[in-house]
Ligand binder design. Sequence first.
Ligand code: DQA
Length: 140
Amino acid sequence: MKHLIIINGPNLNLLGKREIDIYGSRPFEDYLEELRERFKGQCELSYFQSNSEGILLDKLHEVGFSIDGIILNGGAYTHSSVAIGDAIAAITSPVVEVHISNVYARETFRHHSYFSAHCAGCIIGCGLDGYRLAIEYLKG
Ligand code: DQA
């Protein structure tokens, strides 16, 4: 059975109470329970969230040479972090970049990602369902 991890970056711990017109009113922990139930017996699903760039880098280094797949929503670091982009390039586990909102329909600074070129794929603007779609892909 494949082992996957969802890694959420800055401010995504506030899902459910943050800009609900953009990100919805559901806390991520609640959605995670649904995902774990849905994929029970199909894949093991770990979860990690941090607001700190260095801690996210350490997590990618820790899991990125052994885990079967990473679902990464790097939040705003997507648009600023060369270091996380380099980490994705360095590790061997496939990474799927997820964004809840359609970043291309938002401010222009959100149109560039330092991650995408190093990812196996990107799922953008499909709401929380983007995480499920990424799992479907990575679990094979
Ligand atoms: C986001 C989009 C980013 O631009 C933003 O900084 C986020 C969330 C998304 O999931 O839509 O924090 O990654």
